[in-house]
Ligand binder design. Structure first.
Ligand code: ADP
Length: 349
């Protein structure tokens, strides 16, 4: 390897900087110069006049300060052009010109698909799973998931304290467009009474029944955790018709949201003062937990070792609590298995 490159791609996740720091330390140890590529695959497409805006040599001095910081120093972005081969050819040329013989890609399954394409075009790549969603079936954890869950748990604990003070139910929306793992783990870790995830179709009326059951059990401070993507799995519900018929302002065609669900449940549950909070981007921009940082440390080192030893087209993950790697193609075939048993347990207790 004359040089290796590292980039972060897709949505940012806590621990990306820690992984870059580990890649940099390992590359330095093995005597391989490291180039940081800015804004995901965009940094390889010659979009900027000055190549130094896209590619930056990363030395220990540059990266030692970033390991604990949230966000990604290299910046990240989506890059739709990269799905087209003619743009990937530009990327390959850039890498060849810069004498970059291998690439560490930190991102989710989309970014891994990009890496797979580059491998097919002769550029050795290794992927590190950087996404808060935990939606990659081949690995027990993804970088940032543990941090995101801890942000949610801290927020829900605070919310449950005020819910208790006022005897009020609360809906908390967490991230997860297609994967309910953050919602489920948050619910389990906080003793929340109801969880709604994108993996399981649901009805507003059923949630009202469950909340009413909690109210009947003399629990007026139940917490409902909902994943952001779960609204798409909601059975059709006439939000506009229901709210306007019950004296609440609503625009026609307005989508369901945590706020609107609170209004609906209030009217279905005897006027209970249901409140809502969307935790939002604090989940992505938090300082990485020890677990995420430790995974980043091991994964970064393994990625560089694999490239150094000529083992490419791999992604790194965690199985049985140990850091491991497997071919990208194989990894992408694993479907994430949602823990339905645990989901049913939360909703039935
Ligand atoms: P994530 O990596 O978090 O899943 P995206 O799905 O947005 O995020 O993918 C990140 C980037 O990976 C895309 O913007 C694109 O540059 C690249 N990518 C995604 N899918 C493909 C694909 N099928 N082929 C080539 N590149 C892809």
């Amino acid at each position: 390897m004359r040089k290796i490159g590292v980039l972060t791609s897709g949505g940012d996740s806590p621990g990306m900087n820690a992984a870059v720091m580990s890649v940099a330390r390992s590359a330095a140890l093995y005597g391989i110069p490291l180039i940081g590529i800015k804004r995901g695959y965009n940094g390889l497409l010659r979009k900027r006049e000055n190549i130094k805006d896209d590619l930056q040599e990363l030395n220990l001095e540059t990266v030692l300060d970033i390991a604990d910081t949230p966000g990604t120093y290299l910046r990240t972005a989506r890059c739709d052009e990269f799905r087209e081969e003619k743009y990937r050819a530009i990327a390959v040329n850039t890498l060849k010109e810069m004498e970059i013989d291998g690439l560490v890609v930190i991102g989710g399954d989309g970014s891994f698909n990009g890496a797979r394409c580059l491998c097919e075009m002769g550029i050795p790549c290794v992927g590190i799973p950087g996404t808060i969603d935990n939606d990659l079936g081949y690995t027990e954890m993804t970088l940032g998931y543990d941090t995101a869950v801890n942000v949610c748990v801290n927020a829900v604990r605070a919310i449950r304290a005020t819910s208790r003070s006022h005897d009020r139910p609360h809906i908390v929306e967490v991230m997860g467009r297609h994967c309910g793992d953050i919602a489920l783990t948050t619910a389990v870790s906080t003793g929340s009474e109801i969880v709604i995830a994108p993996e399981v179709p649901w009805k507003v009326e059923d949630i009202a029944v469950k909340l009413n059951r909690q109210l009947d059990k003399d629990n007026p401070r139940a917490t409902i955790i909902i994943a952001e993507g779960a609204y798409e799995k909601m059975a059709p519900f006439d939000l506009y018709g229901f709210l306007t018929a019950n004296g609440k302002m609503c625009y026609e065609g307005e989508p369901m949201s945590a706020n609107r669900l609170a209004s609906v449940l209030k009217r279905m549950c005897g006027g209970a003062e249901v409140r809502s909070t969307v935790i939002g981007y604090t989940q992505r921009g938090a300082e990485p937990t020890a677990r995420d940082s430790a995974f980043a440390f091991e994964a970064g080192n393994l990625a560089v070792r694999l490239l150094r030893d000529g083992i490419s087209n791999q992604v790194i993950g965690m199985q049985m609590g140990r850091v491991m790697y497997m071919p990208i193609m194989e990894a992408l075939q694993y479907r994430n298995i949602f823990n339905r048993t645990l989901y049913d347990l939360v909703n039935s207790l």
